[in-house]
Design a binder for this molecule. Structure first.
Ligand code: CP3
Length: 340
């Protein structure tokens, strides 16, 4: 078993810097496309043998140091009682978006064993087969709330901010319900065998620091405090985090995931020595020639040396158009240039 990733999460010394890629199981891989050709995306998420197969693909093809469960952040949202569909053009569509108190009241806090058994079964299959650690994940409460309120992807989060500003009491009630769901969901994943968990706060970066402190941080803090009882590392990824890092560090996550818009040196300074960092190559840098990819990898590696621990990753998900060979070259470069 290769435990380099888990060691780096805990800030322990490692022989080299471990690496994985957000969205590493996905459309840029022909092997993923081949599986996906036979089933729609949600069926893929809900069929444990297939979900396990695509989870393992990037481990075998790229040689990454961790696997991330194949699923989606909106799976528990469906289990809370919303109708979910994925359209090829628009991405996720949630019908009857949550806009008032009766809609919040109608949502349930689902039991994972009852309503998402396929997630736990996928984890069990993977733990029996993987030679690298398995990362479980969930959307963070604010990010999930944006999808539930907007009904899908959005540009300026107007409906979300309207509820936040016009009915902060309701927004808090809503976030509390989502946080309870996420705690139960991730605890179940950990008990089924997930060896680390990542919270995706993809949209928290659209908030002012004051609003982040009021509507995001308290729930993430509570969640992480609860999850720490399960004693696996918690990674907290905030996209567009530069203006928020001094608050993000207060979440007490073991690892803070950082997007590419900030110099990793500055990120480490703001995060401090209490937690490890994960990141932060621009996903578009994988379209550079290989020598230039290597230069950027080296630059991020030496900046990562300043942190309590460093897990190399992209600053956000890998793009579907990415050449597989370049992703492979990146992983090889991380291993080669970080060897100690
Ligand atoms: O990282 C992995 O390899 C594990 C699988 C994973 C997926 N989604 C698979 C997926 C993970 C960790 C996610 C998280 C996720 N899902 C996030 C947070 C991470 C981030 O990117 O910020 C968000 C916001 C979603 C919601 C979502 N799912 C959107 C907006 C879309 C449509 C856009 C897109 O990328 O297609 C999805 C679909 C999705 N999730 C796909 C995959 C592989 C593509 C579906 C397909 O095969 O057609």
């Amino acid at each position: 078993m290769n435990n380099t990733f888990l060691k780096a999460c805990r800030g322990e010394k490692t022989d080299y810097t471990p690496v994985w890629l957000m969205r590493q199981a996905g459309r840029y891989l022909p092997e993923y496309q081949a599986v996906r050709a036979g089933v729609d995306f949600l069926t893929l998420c809900k069929t444990p043998e297939l979900a396990a197969t695509v989870t393992k693909q990037p481990v075998d093809i790229l040689g990454v140091d961790a696997a991330i469960l194949f699923s989606d952040i909106l799976i528990p949202v469906e289990a809370m009682g919303m109708h979910l569909e994925f359209s090829d053009k628009k991405g996720p569509v949630l019908s009857d978006p949550v806009r008032n108190k009766s809609a919040v009241d109608r949502l349930t806090i689902p039991d994972t064993e009852d309503s998402m058994p396929f997630v736990l079964e996928t984890i069990r299959i993977l733990r029996a087969e993987l030679t690298v650690p398995l990362i479980g994940f969930s959307g963070a409460p604010f990010t999930l709330a944006t999808y539930m309120i907007e009904g899908g992807s959005t540009k300026n989060f107007l409906n979300t901010k309207k509820m936040m500003f016009q009915n902060p009491g309701l927004f808090h009630l809503f976030l509390d319900k989502i946080a309870a769901t996420v705690i139960a969901y991730l605890s179940s994943q950990i008990r089924a065998g997930a060896q680390a968990v990542q919270l995706f706060d993809t949209w928290a970066g659209v908030l002012t620091p004051e609003d982040y402190r009021e509507f995001v941080l308290p729930y993430v803090k509570k969640l992480i405090a609860e999850l720490k009882k399960e004693t696996v590392p918690v990674i907290y990824f905030v996209n567009d985090c530069a203006g928020l890092l001094s608050d993000v560090r207060k979440s007490n996550a073991d690892v803070v995931g950082v997007d590419w818009r900030i110099d990793l040196r500055d990120a480490v300074k703001k995060i401090g020595k209490k937690c490890a960092v994960q990141g932060n190559l621009d996903p578009c840098a994988l379209f550079l020639p290989k020598e230039k990819i290597e230069d950027r990898v080296k630059d991020i590696l030496w900046k990562g040396e300043l942190a309590r621990g460093h897990i190399f990753n992209l600053g956000h998900g890998i793009l579907p158009e990415t050449p597989v060979d370049n992703a492979k070259a990146m992983v090889e470069a991380v291993h080669k240039f970080s060897e100690r």
